[in-house]
Design a protein around this ligand. Sequence first.
Ligand code: NAD
Length: 285
Amino acid sequence: MNYRSETSAIPAIVLADGQVMPKLGFGVYKVAGEQAADTISTALELGYRSIDTASFYGNEDAVGRAVRESGLPRDEVFITTKLWNADHGYDATLRAFDASMKRLGLETLDLYLIHWPVPSADRYVDTFRALQALKRQGRVVSIGVSNFTKRHLERLIGETGEVPAINQVELHPYFAQSELRAFHAAHGIVTEAWSPLGRGAEFNDSVIIALADKLGRTPAQIILRWHMQLGNVAIPKSTNPARMAENLAIFDFELTGREMTQIAGIDKDGRQGADPDLMDMDAPA
Ligand code: NAD
C-alpha cells in the first residue's frame, strides 16, 4: 500500500521507485517513555504525516500506537524506521525487520533505512540485499540508507545494481553537504536531512536572524524553508506543540535566489554528529 499525499497540506516528493513521500516529517529521536505516544499523536493532529523512527530510538511501539489511535487511514501516514548497527548481515537484518514491524504493529512499512554503514563490520552490502528481498516480498515499499558517504554509495550501487531511494544524512546550513547532494542528484537519490535545524546551532547566526527579521519568520522556519527549496526532505524534532506547529508553517513564503545564496555562504563544515566512517557497531549515535 503506497502513501497517498492528496489529503495532506504538506508537499510530497517522488522517490525514484515511484513512491511519494512528504517533504517535511517529524523526527522522534529521544522522544521516549510515556510521553512518546502523546507527542506523536500531537504531531499527527497538527498535520504531520511522516514519522521518522529507528529501532535504536526505542519508541517504535509508541509510533505504532499513535498512528493506530489517530484513526487516520494507513495510507495517509508515511512511516520510516531503521536497522541498527548491531543487526547488519543478511539474516540478522530479516530478523531485526520482523522485530521492528512487531513493535510498530504494522503490516507494511513505507521506508526502511540502514541506520549507519558501519564500514568496520563490512556488511552493508549484504544488509542491503536483505532490504531488497523485503521490498520484493512487499513488506516495505521503499528502501534506502542513512549516513552513507559517496564511497559507500558507489560500492552499494556497484555491487547490488540498485540505487537506494534515500540517503538520510546530517544536513543543516553549517553543514550543507553540497558535494554529497550533487552526487545524490546525479543518481536520483533523494536527500533527507537529519538534525535539519542543526539542533539549534544556527538559531543565533546573524544571516539567519537577519532573514528571519526581514521576512517576519522564526530562524527555524527560515532554515526549514531553505531545506524545502534545496529539494531536501527534512525531519525536525520538537516535543513543544507550538514549535511543532511553527515548523509546519513554512509553505506560505519563499526565499529568493539571493537569500538562498546568503544561507549557502554560512556553510562551514560544522558537523555535529558522528563521522560515518568512524561509527562502530557499539558506538552511541
Ligand atoms: P533537530 O535539528 O531537529 O533539532 C532539534 C532541537 O531543536 C530540539 O532541541 C528542539 O527542541 C529544537 N527545536 C525544534 N524546533 C524548534 C523551533 N521551532 N524553535 C526552537 N527550537 C526548536 O535535531 P535532531 O532531533 O537531532 O534531528 C531530527 C531528527 O532526525 C531526529 O529526531 C531523528 O528522527 C533524525 N536523526 C537521524 C539520525 C541518523 O543517524 N539517521 C541522527 C540524528 C537524528
